[in-house]
Ligand binder design. Structure first.
Ligand SMILES: C[S@@+](CC[C@H](N)C(=O)[O-])C[C@H]1O[C@@H](n2cnc3c(N)ncnc32)[C@H](O)[C@@H]1O
Length: 196
């Protein structure tokens, strides 16, 4: 078997599955292509062996793979994905992590499998398409479950943090711009939210 061709074929299959999901449900996917490995690397900044992580909107698993490659134990990673095709693909690709076909707005109901509070919530959710009410609910839950020095990482295609100041103030958070991933379609900005 030609290993190079095999890898190319697998990534083509993932890209096709992503594209077909975008065509079926453009507004719930909120992207035209999966994240690039560069964006994935910026999103997982600070994750190291021993970290416990919840990933929201895991899609085809680009960021999931980067999280595991950073040394996170499969038992310490929970991926939530509401699209059924993507959730099935994630289960196939990563049989040892916990994948739930679930709405990230219910994230509190899905962290029971971790043996301690998570250190990171890594979000690929299309937050620009969420209402203020949905964002408030999501971010409040994330900081209810995160450990005291936990981080929430989010990317956005817009040039400003997709979580409004009113939400940050309500929950007592600050947002910091981490990185711009130019090598991504389209380029993406990565933000970190943490307690003040
Ligand atoms: C922009 S794509 C990112 C996919 C992947 N993380 C990546 O970086 O390539 C957004 C993903 O979030 C998922 N999603 C959107 N709304 C969601 C929700 N409320 N709960 C869980 N997943 C959601 C979509 O199905 C899609 O897979």
């Amino acid at each position: 078997m030609d290993g190079g061709r095999d890898i190319k074929t697998k990534s083509q299959v993932k890209f096709r599955r992503f594209l077909s999901a975008v065509l079926k449900e453009p507004l719930s996917i909120g992207a035209i292509a999966p994240s690039s490995p560069y964006l994935a690397k910026y999103l997982i900044e600070g994750i190291r062996p021993g970290s416990r992580v919840i990933e929201l909107g895991a899609g085809t698993g680009i960021v999931t793979q980067a999280i595991l490659e950073a040394g996170v134990e499969p038992k310490d990673l929970i991926a939530l994905e509401q699209n059924g095709d993507f959730a099935d693909l994630l289960k196939e690709r990563f049989p040892n992590i916990i994948v739930a076909k679930a709405n990230a707005l219910e994230l509190k109901n899905h962290i029971g499998a971790l043996d301690a509070p998570p250190d990171f919530v890594i979000s690929g959710l299309p937050l620009m398409l969420f209402t203020i009410k949905q964002k408030t609910r999501l971010i409040s839950q994330a900081f209810e479950v995160l450990g005291p020095s936990g981080f929430f990482h989010q990317f956005t295609y817009g040039g400003k943090c997709p979580v409004e100041r009113s939400i940050l103030d309500l929950i007592g958070l600050k947002a910091t711009f981490l990185k711009l991933a130019l090598l991504n379609l389209p380029p993406a900005f990565v933000y970190r939210l943490e307690r003040r």
